[in-house]
Design a protein around this ligand. Structure first.
Ligand code: ADE
Length: 352
């Protein structure tokens, strides 16, 4: 017989979850050691769009370089971005940096300790604020990240879109007043280790007998995917100037994609060699010795695809214009560059 309503009370749900957590939860992740609000905050922001295994080495390096709010607040933005390079979604690093300045210089180095004030920090939304509050301050607060959305939409067999309003209501209802840090971590762990994407490990789940999606055999179909919009495609040509084994990089403007990172000069569209040559003369006041276009490739952002044509432009003389940064190939690249730029530099280094 199909079951239509979830059968556990909030108290029973919490008890069962915490019992499962005591045996199976993760207790030695780096941000669980020497716990403090700063360490938890950095980890939660890194984990917003990136998986635990990817985050760990970045987290360790970041913490070594910026062990507290003060070190981060007083750091140069380029250095912060360098320590973030590779994790993607760079606005997160800029938000961390400006939030640390706010905490250190404006809030007298007092870390916000309630839901409202945490959410005034750039890059901290409702769920991240609640995670910090519960994990670092042991205060009851409700999270709803990707893991928890998956768990709750399956337990309650939510098959409507949009999900968030319903899921927040359910999440609030179960949220524990006792052991708030363990409850938050347990929900994340259940989502990350048992109630996983694709084929969940229902046989190991403490709620296998209660989960409405499992009882109906629809757990693999939930949560429903956001109805997809076809992403628009933008195109760009990278002008990769090469001169005496150096390549030219410039800092991108403070707004727009990859803001604040170093990249190649660029022009819209996938240009032909003769168009590239013309632009070299006009915009860069140079006369290329050789232009070689590599195959174009795609980099996908949340809102659009970017098709990139790399044009390797060999020069006999240095650029006169706005010489911002000449990177010597095979030196240690210690500035923040976007992932596709890093990939191209590596290819240039192996080709040279
Ligand atoms: N994902 C988001 N926050 C997390 C945490 N504290 N531990 C493991 N995975 C997470």
């Amino acid at each position: 017989m199909k079951q239509h309503s979830f059968s556990l009370s909030a108290t029973t749900f919490q008890k069962k979850l915490l019992k499962w957590f005591d045996t199976h939860g993760r207790k030695d992740l780096p941000w669980q050691k020497n716990k403090n609000p700063y360490r938890v905050w950095i980890s939660e922001v890194m984990l917003q769009q990136t998986q635990v295994t990817t985050v760990i080495p970045y987290y360790e390096r970041f913490m070594e370089k910026f062990p507290d709010v003060e070190k981060l607040a007083k750091a140069d933005e380029n250095v912060v971005l360098h320590f973030w390079a590779g994790l993607g979604y760079y606005h997160r690093a800029r938000h961390l940096h400006s939030a640390s300045k706010k905490i250190f210089f404006t809030l007298d180095n007092q870390f916000p300790d309630n839901l409202e004030s945490l959410q005034t920090l750039p890059g901290v939304g409702r769920s991240t604020a609640a995670a910090i509050l519960s994990l670092a301050f042991e205060k009851p607060a409700t999270i709803l990240d990707g893991n928890v959305k998956r768990v709750l939409s399956r337990l309650h067999a939510i098959d409507e879109w949009p999900l968030d309003k319903t899921l927040w209501e359910i999440a609030e209802k179960y949220s524990a007043k006792k052991r708030p840090a363990d409850y938050t971590q347990a929900m994340m762990d259940l989502g990350a280790t048992i109630c996983i994407r694709g084929k969940p490990r229902c046989e190991r789940c403490p709620f296998v007998k209660n989960c409405l999606a499992h009882l109906q055999g629809i757990e693999k179909d939930l949560p429903l995917k956001k109805p997809t919009k076809k992403l628009p495609v933008k195109t760009v040509t990278f002008f990769i100037f090469r001169y005496q084994n150096h390549i030219f990089l410039e800092k991108r403007p403070a707004s727009g994609i990859w803001s604040g990172l170093f990249s190649f000069p660029e022009e819209s569209n996938l240009l032909t060699t003769s168009e590239i040559k013309k632009i070299c003369r006009k915009r860069f006041l140079c006369n290329p010795a050789k232009i070689q276009c590599w195959d174009s490739f795609r980099h996908t952002f949340t809102h659009f695809h970017l098709d990139i044509l790399p044009a390797i432009i060999d020069l006999k003389e240095s650029l006169e214009k706005e010489a911002q940064f000449w990177y010597k190939l095979e030196q240690n690249l210690n500035i923040g560059v976007p992932a596709p730029v890093k990939k191209l530099i590596t290819q240039l280094e192996t080709a040279s």
